[in-house]
Design a protein around this ligand. Sequence first.
Ligand code: PMV
Length: 316
Amino acid sequence: MDNKIGVGTGIGKIILIGEHAVVYGQPALAIPFPATKIKTTIRRKKGSITLNCFFHQGLLSNSPKKLVGLVSVIEQIVHSFNERLEDFSIDIESSIPPERGIGSSAAVAIATIRALYDYYNRPLTDDELFKWANVSEQIVHGNPSGIDMSIIIGETPLYYIKGKAFVPFTFKLDAYLIVADTGELGQTQAAVSSVRKLIESNPEEGKSLIKQLGVLTNRVKVSIEKKDVVKLGQSMTKAHSLLKKLGVSNSSLDRLVSVALDNEALGAKLTGGGRGGCIIALASTIQQADFICDKLLSNGAKNTWILDMELIRNGQ
Ligand code: PMV
């Protein structure tokens, strides 16, 4: 009994296209990013619950404000099991840089929910997992579209429309996707609320930008089906300029996008909530991807990853 343990994991995700527009019912395309992951381990330990993670080491009850979504979901789950809120420790190890638009908040919640269910030996369906993760994401993000949770739970590329069933999306492309981190914390909640304000204050422009992003997502879907990486890249770059008009880019993101494009990327854009966080860029060969990564790193990127788009984990 004394060495009782529960373990749960969650991977990162990349929004290929459709961020922000997805909050307003437009489609988005996202892919799993298993190069980054989170592992939560819960161990039996006498006394008050402790939490050991990037943002906090100490009592769960003394966690900083930014962890309020996670703390709330932990408390609600333990209560729902009719268990006492004590006598365990929570350790969260993460290789997903936090607040960079690659899904760390949803992945932390998902890994921790899985670990709690494992610790208490309860079965967990994907629907329950989504429901609990949404408790945390509602607090963290305000009005999440659900795309992060869906992709992290399903671990398969998705064509996603808010409120509709997940549509797994198979693709295999002869191209490489670069992810580059500005090192700056993204501001998803602030960016989502500024888009809402833009739509309220200037509905014509705001709605038109959202609609154009939706059209681009559908265009990207066709480009992927036709394996047209040139058109895919063009749509990514166009999406970046629309996101910029929506007010969710910043100078560091714009700079990395320009560096990628100046060095023969087929396309580049911010990914996720924006105002910091990461960009993605498309390269047609691994040599070109390596070259672009070097240029990004010497021009301010703090980290880069390369995903082989032939090997994206698909759903079947
Ligand atoms: O920054 P992230 O990884 O949480 O992605 C946010 C994506 C948005 O479309 C901006 C918001 C949402 O809820 O879909």
